[in-house]
Design a protein around this ligand. Sequence first.
Ligand code: TZP
Ligand code: MG
Length: 225
Amino acid sequence: MALDLSLYLVTDSTPAILGSRDIYKVVEEACKGGVTIVQYRDKTSDTGALVETATKLHDITKRYNVPLIINDRVDVAIASGAEGVHLGQDDMSITAAKKILSKDAIVGISASTVEEAVKAVEEGADYLGIGTLFATPTKTNTKNIIGTAGVKTILDSISRLNRTVGTVGIGGINLSNVQRVLYQSAAENKALDGVAVVSAIMAADDPKAVAEQFKKTIATPPAFV
Ligand code: TZP
Ligand code: MG
């Protein structure tokens, strides 16, 4: 599966976002709408439930050729057959995760500073989730709100390393600001490969339609240039 980060869906199972809807239906609709990668992010379920949900999500995503990434938990990624993991700065190191996972597994990490980003690239991260771009009710314990200027500084620093690494912006991205995010955060030699969204798709009445709109908007040159 090639790594296409252009529209990265991160799930959320909390009532504030998912409501009483079914996570499997929402993720399947999002896949139909064209999300290119899905991360199962669940901070509350126990290990057994995580593996069960991840396995069911993987049954869905693989039908659409969409890689499934598991937040935080390398063990759950392996048990569910997912394609990779997304690590936080306080989780297992990239080096350790790569020792345990299969050699073609995708290992991504969150980065909010130049130092974190450079270290992650040097350790061989496949992609960086760069943020938090904008304050968002979805994640209130965010360390740094870095805006497009912060993303641009990070992209500029990693472009000097001459390593291949994917990049997505995350935090408060929606249909109204996505074009601006991509345009304003682009450094001279490196632009974001995509955007990661939670509520814009997970809380949408019609996740398929919103994913389609994102794809269209991302592919359209911004009118304000
Ligand atoms: N990491 C940084 S911000 C965030 C995560 C998981 C949540 C983004 O959620 P939303 O709803 O797309 O603003
Ligand atoms: Mg984490």
